[in-house]
Structure formats: structure tokens, C-alpha cells
Design a protein around this ligand. Structure first.
Ligand code: ITT
Length: 183
């Protein structure tokens, strides 16, 4: 029998789903995985990308659904890779990022959670977490986690045990869960 869920999470990325499920379970929301390749337009804002992706997801599943679009924004690179984070990770990866960043290592992770159902349409929740790019890759996390050190820490996201209590994803999903509880 299929497991019941409150909302679907549409994504091709199981790491993102696992984190989101873990975070939302603390707010009593049971997330189901809708593993899917969504249309990812290259736009200049992750808000725009998230809104378009959630429309596509809702068209496919016709159930209350969220998608999340996230990106790493590096100050000295004028916000690169930002909305292109997925492509840049696949092409130059963390070693490429480490070669590009010089003295100003400030960076932020941003997250936009987009929810859609037939009553409310598309609703967006955004958040960010400040930090810096480490001098070398440390820890075994996914994506850019081994090169991102959140402000106030000495370890990368890949090395800390409480990423899900401080991350961009946590902050955006917390906003979503407050709204979802009182909608
Ligand atoms: P979707 O199918 O959900 O779009 P995706 O992997 O393309 O999956 P995003 O566009 O949201 O996801 O994220 C772009 C990339 O940024 C992602 O592939 C990772 O490389 C990186 N990324 C996003 N959030 C991250 C996090 O919390 N830690 C490390 N890297 C992250």
C-alpha cells in the first residue's frame, strides 16, 4: 500500500528530498517524493525558476506539491553560479569553484520553496544563509556542501551535524510550514 503524505516534493535530487523530509517531519508534515525531471528554464532568478517548475510539477501530479530551487551565490563572482548552480556543479564542480575564488570568499546559499495547489495557486517562500567559500574541499556532503562554511562556524556544511537546523532549505521550509499549518 502506498504511504500517505501531506504534500509531494517534486525533484530529481534525492539529497534535497531527504533533507526536506527530515526538516518538515519536525513540523508534522509528511512529505512524499515525486521523482521527476522538471522543465528547468535558465532564468536570472531562482524565484522565477521555482515558480515555473512548480507549475510544471502540478500539471504532472495534480496534487498539492512543492519544489525547491536553490543556488550558491558568490559575492566576488557577482553572484555566480546562482541560478546556474546545477549546471556549474556538473561542469566545473567544487574544484572549479575553488580555483575561481580569491581573497573575498563571501558567499550565500539561497532557497526558494514553491508550493502549488488548486486553491491557492503558486505561493513562494524564500530564505538565505550567509557564509564563505572554504580554502579547500572538506567533508563528504553532496553538492557544494564541502566548500561552504556558514557564518559563525569553522566547519563546512558537509562536516556539521546540524545543517538541517540552520540551512537555507530549513529556513525556507520553516516559512512554508507556518503558512501550511494556518492556510
Ligand atoms: P531539482 O530537480 O530539484 O531542480 P537540482 O539538483 O537541479 O534538483 P537545484 O536547482 O535546486 O537542484 O540546485 C542546484 C544545485 O545547487 C544542486 O544540484 C547542488 O549542486 C547545489 N545545491 C543546492 N542546494 C544545496 C545544498 O543544500 N548543499 C549543497 N549543494 C546544494
Amino acid at each position: 500500500m502506498p504511504m500517505s503524505y501531506d504534500v509531494l516534493f517534486a525533484s530529481s535530487n534525492r539529497n534535497k528530498f531527504n533533507e526536506a523530509k527530515n526538516i518538515l517531519s519536525n513540523y508534522g508534515i509528511n512529505l512524499g517524493f515525486f521523482k521527476s525531471r522538471l522543465k528547468e528554464i535558465q532564468a536570472e532568478s531562482i524565484k522565477q525558476i521555482a515558480a515555473l517548475k512548480v507549475n510544471d510539477a502540478y500539471r504532472q501530479c495534480h496534487k498539492p506539491v512543492i519544489v525547491e530551487d536553490a543556488g550558491l551565490f558568490i559575492e566576488s563572482l557577482n553572484g555566480f553560479p546562482g541560478p546556474f548552480s546545477s549546471y556549474v556543479f556538473k561542469t566545473i564542480g567544487n574544484s572549479g569553484i575553488l580555483r575561481l575564488v580569491r581573497t573575498n570568499r563571501k558567499a550565500q546559499f539561497q532557497s526558494v520553496v514553491a508550493y502549488c495547489d488548486d486553491k491557492f495557486g503558486v505561493v513562494l517562500f524564500d530564505a538565505k544563509v550567509e557564509g564563505k567559500i572554504s580554502k579547500n574541499s572538506r567533508g563528504n556532503g553532496w553538492g557544494y556542501d564541502p566548500v561552504f562554511i556558514p557564518t559563525g562556524q569553522t566547519k563546512t556544511f558537509a562536516m556539521i551535524s546540524n545543517k538541517n537546523e540552520i540551512s537555507h532549505r530549513y529556513k525556507a521550509l520553516k516559512k512554508f510550514s507556518n503558512w501550511f499549518a494556518y492556510r
